[in-house]
Design a protein around this ligand. Structure first.
Ligand code: SF4
Ligand code: SF4
Length: 442
């Protein structure tokens, strides 16, 4: 294990991880109905391959991968397809969603261990593709794409993201504690698949128990464990690569451009289950936390379970003033509990009025605090000014798209500016404008 200091920029918000990190995860019940979106990943939505009336088992393919950047989607329990409807997911997107009425009695089948000693790279990628594995740290990028870099891209380092730097979230921590050996086996598989010699696990110093376990069990495979001081957003892909290797992903580039692949621990665990047991990605660890909750905890939840089937009024100690899907920095506000768990859902946070105070907004005082903390080296106040003046293409010239939407700038702004919200809008507008310009020149 090596201590590697901390990110040069970023912020140190209160973390509140101790609320849930020492409690073993509880398995959630199978709900009466599952609402499984066909778009739970970046890229093209899966194409439905079921119809109302179809009987499905846990692991039945219900949405077929649709292109290079896409992923399969599977039923997460036994039941009958009722309908396919449009429904909003936790990140605000509308997706075609397969509604399954679950069977009251679920078949209990023991997973069968598959032979993996002589498994080839192609077979690993096939199994991961079939299982619908995507980045579970929030990015939801289809994993098979990362494992098959295009000709000309040579990967020499696999970086495992165990940082879990967003406050409150401890689902990855519990997974690392409860399934260390499986995560190490998953890392060995991906190492073989990518043909790399170097593997680095990046973890923050507030998770010493998990770091120790990973180090003890990873040593035999030459896996290095790097400990970083606690700072947000240490777990952001580009920042983790820089902290681990000193390499910088070029503006507009990808980790594979500089020989790196980054994968989150939950993704590694899902890949392990896919290869060792032919299991599809149909459940995940999720953190439920926040002051408004009576019993904050981690749960293992089937994809498609509605938040309302996991939490009800009796679970609240205080009126939740704000509900967030994901972490408090990069998560999405929810209006109700009517959203399904997806492959990318890391947590649900319930804030009482005590935690959540809406900031009053004033004029920018040019203090420079936002630029000081920006881990992407941007000038957030300038991007804000351009956005407010609707100069979206000019904002693009100022590296707008390099913004990872970490929210550090908004967090420190003494004028209460919602900088990251403006940047998100600007990105969308700039993309629309570019598409419009291309269309006009056709
Ligand atoms: S400009 Fe983007 S990357 Fe920089 S601090 Fe703000 S949200 Fe984070
Ligand atoms: S932190 Fe806020 S007030 Fe300070 S320069 Fe940035 S936008 Fe302006």
């Amino acid at each position: 294990m090596q201590n590697k200091g901390s990110l040069y920029a970023g912020i140190c918000p209160s973390h509140y991880e101790e609320i849930t990190m020492h409690k073993p995860a509880i398995r959630a019940k199978v709900p009466e109905r599952l609402y499984i979106p066909l778009s739970q990943h970046i890229g093209a939505p899966a194409v439905s391959c079921v119809e109302p009336g179809y009987q499905v088992k846990k692991g039945t393919l219900i949405g077929k991968i649709n292109g290079i950047i896409s992923a399969n989607v599977h039923a997460s329990a036994d039941g009958t397809v009722e309908k396919i409807e449009k429904r909003r997911t936790g990140n605000g997107m509308i997706s075609d969603t397969v509604v399954i009425k679950t069977d009251p009695a679920q078949a209990e089948t023991e997973p069968v261990l598959q032979p993996v000693e002589n498994i080839t790279r192609e077979q690993i990628i096939r199994k991961i593709t079939d299982a619908g594995i995507v980045g579970m740290g929030g990015a939801t990028f289809p994993t098979q794409v990362k494992l098959a870099p295009p000709p000309g891209k040579t990967i020499d380092t696999l970086i495992i993201n165990a940082a879990e730097c967003e406050p409150y979230l401890t689902c990855d921590y519990r997974l690392m504690i409860e399934h260390t050996a499986e995560i190490i086996s998953g890392i060995v598989l991906l190492k073989k698949c990518l043909g790399v010699n170097r593997v680095i696990i990046g973890i923050e110093a507030d998770k010493p128990e998990a770091a120790k376990l990973l180090d003890e069990q990873g040593k035999i495979h030459n896996i290095e464990v790097f400990i970083f001081s606690v700072k947000y957003p240490q777990g952001a892909e580009k920042q983790l690569i820089f902290m681990s290797t000193g390499r910088q992903v070029p503006s507009g580039g990808l980790p594979m451009d500089i020989g790196c692949v980054v994968s989150n621990v939950a993704t590694i665990y899902a890949a392990y289950r896919a290869v060792y047991f032919n299991e599809s990605l149909t459940e995940r660890y999720i953190t439920f936390s926040g002051r408004a909750l009576k019993n904050p905890r981690n749960m293992i939840v089937k994809t498609g379970t509605l938040l309302g089937d996991l939490i009800n009024e009796n679970d609240f100690s205080d009126k939740p003033e704000k509900i967030i899907s994901g972490g408090p920095m990069m998560g999405f506000s929810l209006e109700n509990l009517d959203v399904p768990v997806t492959k990318g859902t890391s947590g649900f946070l319930f804030f009482s009025a005590q935690d959540y105070k809406k900031k009053k907004e004033y004029n920018c005082i040019s203090c420079g605090a936002c630029a000081f903390v920006c881990p992407a080296g941007l000038l957030p106040s300038e991007l804000l000014r351009l956005t407010e003046n609707m100069k979206y293409l000019k904002a693009m010239e100022n590296n707008l798209l390099d913004c990872m939407e970490c929210g550090s700038c908004s967090f420190v702004c003494p004028a209460g500016k919602q900088i990251v919200q403006s940047i998100k809008t600007a990105k969308q507008m700039a993309r629309n404008k570019l598409e419009f310009n291309v269309y006009c020149h056709l």
